[in-house]
Design a protein. Structure first.
Length: 426
């Protein structure tokens, strides 16, 4: 990395502000990914500027996170929250503002790492204007998503077309799991260069507190059986499956069973509808006594909740990676997850947790019972889970792989051709 020290790079995340409070509105995995990758890359010697769209006039334009890592909010369209499916029309303004920022700061980024299809469009425009390498992470693929939704948004055609063009023209696409790569190949295009570099988690933040101590701090009885969910309130997250699964638990009535459904905005904000729907199901199934909705869990408390849980459930209909699974695993907590996408990569069935067909509440119920009904096995799964995260999914390890990729792409063409010709001679 020595020759790339202190080179500037831009991470572009038009709709996922890396400086925002996670759990708010559409904020989730992408915001966490960009923020952590940015900070870890800065520690490895890059100057990282993370660009996003300003969603509130009162938000500062520049947020300094750590030395050499900052978020820059560009004004593109009204300074208010706009759902991602309605953002495309503001992208030309985003590109213009990015170019203006470069000019005013006397900078020209040699590499941009774009996130989600909206930012990929921005990156492709920049490539037409200046010499820049583009690395891209999809976070979600339209071709996968539209298979599982009943109403296809108007923007779908544009998205699918952009995702295909991107895969075929980006200097490198990062798939966060082998399953995501497979989907790109089977559903998007056979052309283009893909590397697999997973998402990561902070292994020194999670897994540092025992279950007992965490429960004491949160006021949860030592003898309870705790089933935990954290994430956005979105129908595709499958929270309904979890609620129905727990309602069937054989342990209901026998043990002190608790279901904690964390995350989500405050009442009245954009995910309120799904939250109301889930609360309605909890009520209908007579589960209000055993279910709590703590809302957005603070950064400080999240490691405690993961540690306090007997099992963390990720019932998503689809997940290209699924950060929650590895955060729970890093906290020595086994995971019951849907047998889809990146969850098939992170969760090893019978070793670090269990996988169930998505939307199948009976299978989820049985899997949850198997784990919470056998504390010794639960602890063993939890230990294996932690070991897997330490080995494969630390942010530092992930950032090192990205850093090597950037360095490779930024090498002068002569060095690359030297290397290729040496390879040829060998
Ligand atoms: N998260 C959080 N607090 C909340 C809700 C979510 O910190 O109240 C975080 C969670 O810990 C994880 C991310 O948001 O890091 C969700 O990422 P994931 O990949 O699981 O789902 P996505 O939001 O990308 O669909």
């Amino acid at each position: 990395m020595a020759d790339s020290k202190l080179q500037h790079i831009a991470l572009i995340s038009v709709h996922g502000d890396p400086a925002i409070e996670i759990g708010k509105e559409e904020a989730g995995g992408q915001n966490v990914y960009v923020r952590h990758v940015g900070e870890a890359l800065a520690q490895q010697g890059w100057r990282v500027d993370m660009f996003t769209r300003k969603v509130s006039a009162s938000d500062p334009t520049i947020v300094e996170h750590s030395p050499n890592c900052r978020t820059i909010r560009l004004t593109a369209g009204p300074e208010e929250f706009i759902p991602r499916d309605s953002l495309f029309e503001y992208l030309p303004e985003f590109v213009a503002e990015f170019l203006k920022f470069q000019k005013e700061s006397d900078l020209k980024y040699p590499l941009v790492h774009t996130n989600y299809w909206l930012s990929s469009w921005v990156g492709m425009q920049l490539k037409q204007i200046q010499k820049v390498k583009q690395v891209h992470t999809y976070h979600s693929l339209g071709a996968v998503k539209y298979k599982s939704v009943t109403t296809i948004p108007l923007i779908a055609t544009k998205r699918l077309e952009t995702e295909k063009l991107l895969l075929e023209t980006a200097d490198r696409v990062v798939a966060t799991s082998p399953q995501e790569k497979e989907h790109m190949r089977s559903l998007v295009s056979l052309k283009g260069n893909i590397d697999i570099i997973p998402c990561g988690t902070d292994i020194s933040r999670f897994g540092q507190v025992s279950q007992e101590a965490a429960r004491e701090k949160l006021g949860i009885d030592a003898g309870s059986k705790v089933v935990f969910y954290i994430g956005r309130f979105d129908r595709r997250k499958g929270i309904e499956t979890l609620v129905r699964a727990v309602s069937r638990s054989q342990l209901r009535g026998q043990a002190d069973l608790k279901l904690i459904i964390g995350g989500g905005s405050r009442p009245g904000e954009s995910d309120g509808l799904e939250r109301d729907r889930i609360e309605g199901i909890v009520d209908e199934l007579g589960m209000t006594e055993i279910t709590t909705f703590p809302g957005r869990i603070s950064d400080e408390d999240l490691p405690l909740y993961y540690a306090a849980a007997d099992v963390c459930v990720v019932p998503s209909h689809y997940e290209p990676f699924g950060l929650v699974a590895i955060e729970a695993m890093a906290s020595n907590t086994p995971v019951v997850a849907s047998d889809v996408g990146g969850l098939q990569f992170t969760v090893i069935p019978e070793k670090t947790g269990l996988l169930c067909p998505p939307k199948k509440e009976i299978a989820f119920g049985e899997a949850i019972d198997r784990i919470i009904g056998d504390s010794q096995w639960r602890d063993l799964l939890g230990q294996n889970a932690r070991a897997r995260v330490e080995e494969k999914f630390s942010w530092d390890g992930v950032a090192l792989q990205l850093s090597q990729l950037y360095s490779e792409l930024l090498q002068p063409a002569s060095k690359v051709s030297d290397r290729l010709s040496k390879r040829g001679q060998a």
